[in-house]
Design a binder for this molecule. Structure first.
Ligand SMILES: Nc1nc(=O)c2c([nH]1)NC[C@@H]1CN(c3ccc(C(=O)N[C@@H](CCC(=O)O)C(=O)O)cc3)C=[N+]21
Length: 278
């Protein structure tokens, strides 16, 4: 029976170190500050953003959510970002995704100053990460790396990533490659997915399909990281059949209470990093 990796607990413990860093910054007159732009009325987005506000308040980060209905134009969003880029007191800018169809996500992401891009989505930060340079890392991949490191060494391990999104799949593989793991990417067009996933020492699933990974697809003793966020009958479930896979794996993240809390914590980490740059 697998160990259940307690993301909530690991996140809470990491937040304690962030609290100390924030106290030290505040003693120097620096108040870490984050602004979140939230467009539209998607209930899931509003729920995530509340989680971010709560974490910020807990750590001592000054956060503000700016809400718009989905009639706001792309130009207005870009102009708001310009004014935030110019605000010397502001450290982090986050535009909650997804955006309404009439707003180009890439144009918005690229408008945010790479120095304030606490999501780690700007091409400059993605490029630096790919080169293995120090930079603002994307929050979910960084949180996953932290969780896995509480369980095992990464050098030489076979990491299989299922899912190739810009914000999770692609960058998480890159981060683990930088840690000298052997990385395989799988996606919706992969032939015989089970044959691939059964090779994983560390299996990371970020697809968005409940029940995608079943016990027969997991090597005994593997570490399984479930990044899925699916609402099934108003219940939150991941992409992994938790009840079945926990009998096979050595460690597994639950949903909720696994990767989600770490994502938010790494957003706070990035905000503190920017505030510390001085
Ligand atoms: N610019 C941008 N940056 C993001 O980081 C971003 C985004 N847009 N859009 C949406 C996704 C999704 N995401 C989650 C964060 C925390 C939880 C989380 O904390 N979940 C809790 C449960 C929360 C609940 O019950 O609703 C948990 O897993 O325990 C989930 C999902 C960040 N995202």
């Amino acid at each position: 029976m697998a160990v259940v990796i307690d993301g909530k607990q690991i996140a809470a413990s990491y937040r304690e170190t962030l609290k100390e860093r924030v106290s030290a910054l505040r003693a120097r007159g620096i108040v870490p500050k984050l602004k979140v732009i939230l467009i539209g009325d998607d209930p899931a987005s509003h729920s995530y953003v509340r989680g971010k506000e709560r974490a910020a308040a807990d750590i001592g980060i000054d956060s503000q959510v700016i809400r718009f209905d989905d009639t706001i134009s792309e130009r207005e969003v870009l102009e708001l970002i310009d004014s935030m880029n110019a605000d010397d007191e502001l450290h982090g800018i986050l535009v909650q995704l997804p955006l309404p169809k009439h707003i180009d996500e890439n144009r918005v992401i690229m408008r945010i100053s790479p120095d304030k891009d606490v999501d780690g989505f700007h091409p400059t930060n993605v490029g630096k990460m790919m080169l293995g340079l120090e930079t603002l890392l994307p929050c979910t991949p960084h949180g996953i790396l932290h969780l896995v490191k509480t369980q095992t060494d990464l050098v030489g391990k076979h990491v299989v990533v299922v899912g190739r999104s810009q914000i999770v799949g692609k960058p998480v593989g890159m981060l683990f490659l930088n840690e000298s793991a052997t990385v395989t990417y799988c996606h919706s067009k992969t032939n015989d997915l089970g044959a691939m996933t059964r090779q994983a020492d560390i299996l990371i699933v970020a697809v968005g399909r409940a029940g995608l990974v079943t016990a027969d697809m997991v090597k005994p003793g593997a570490i399984v990281i479930d990044v899925g966020v699916n609402r099934v009958d108003s219940r939150l479930v991941g992409d992994v059949d938790f009840a079945g896979v926990r009998d096979v794996a050595s460690a597994i993240t639950p949903v909720p209470g696994g990767v989600g809390p770490m994502t938010i914590t790494m957003l706070m980490h990035n905000t503190v990093e920017v505030a510390s740059r001085g």
